[in-house]
Design a protein around this ligand. Structure first.
Ligand SMILES: CN1CCN(Cc2ccc(Cn3ccc4ccc(-c5n[nH]c(N)c5C#N)cc43)cc2)CC1
Length: 240
């Protein structure tokens, strides 16, 4: 997968080159290219924003510089353009799973109050464009959202995670939150690891883990339970 990111703060994307993702990039599993939007400005001030038509707080990013940057970055290679915005469709694990098979993702990181809408409209006329949000809170720009989304997608790519089973048993993969996890020592500050996890009874362990996942999901995310398909829960599951 090739990933391009266009931003006025390229340094914000430096964490992509750390640790697990850094190793995946070094191994050629992912090709990440970060571009500075200001490289496409033509004025001495390298202006990328202007006052909003119709008034209102803050500034809006000008369409001209985005158009020149995206035309160059996109070239003729097919891609999916992703535009983070507080007003976007929620980014979820399902989104990450859908994007992991894309040959190329291009992320347009806005700042200020966002990017002139005509940029999205222009590219949506010739390619898949998605305006997405990583959550119901307001950030200062799209860069942090891109870090989140790139990590969520990249970890699903073959060879990126040391243990591929981990991605398969993700939270949300069966529609539930995962339950509590434990490791050595057996007793820590008087708190003991649940005996069932040390029993060697794999059937009992699987049942205990599902029960804890159902319990936690019912308590913290009842919306996920409600969204499960009718046949996802058996009679015993419904006791939580
Ligand atoms: C209640 N309304 C009143 C109007 N404001 C307008 C507004 C619009 C943009 C910005 C800052 N900004 C600029 C580009 C950009 C991209 C993504 C995000 C972002 N924030 N939160 C997420 N989950 C994001 C993602 N993904 C923020 C961004 C701040 C304020 C929004 C809230």
């Amino acid at each position: 997968m090739r990933i391009d990111v266009v931003t006025i703060f390229p340094g914000y994307l430096a964490p992509l080159r750390e640790a697990l993702l850094g190793r995946a990039i070094a191994a050629g599993l992912i090709d990440v290219r970060v571009h500075n939007l200001r490289d496409w400005t033509r004025d001495v001030h390298q202006a990328v924003d202007d006052a909003p038509y119709g008034g209102g707080p803050g500034m809006v990013m000008r369409p001209q510089v985005w158009g020149e940057a995206l035309d160059d970055v996109l070239g003729d290679e097919p891609a999916r353009l992703i535009v983070p915005t507080p007003a976007g469709v929620p980014f979820t694990q399902a989104t990450a799973r859908r994007w992991k098979d894309e040959p190329r993702l291009v992320f347009a990181c806005g700042r200020y109050e966002g990017i002139d809408q005509r940029v999205v409209d222009e590219y949506a006329s010739r390619m898949p464009v998605e305006e997405v949000s990583i959550g119901d809170y307001v950030l200062v720009g799209g860069e942090v959202a891109v870090l989140v989304m790139v990590e969520a997608v990249a970890r699903l790519l073959p060879g990126v995670l040391g243990n591929p089973q981990s991605a398969e048993q993700d939270s949300f993969s069966d529609g539930l939150l995962e339950g509590p996890a434990y490791t050595r020592p057996v007793v820590w500050r008087g708190r003991e690891v649940p005996a069932v996890l040390r029993s060697g009874d794999h059937g009992a362990i699987a049942r205990w883990r599902r029960d804890r996942a159902l319990e936690r999901t019912a308590k913290r995310r009842p919306d996920l339970l409600a969204a499960l398909p009718e046949d996802a829960l058996d009679q015993r599951d419904r006791e939580f």
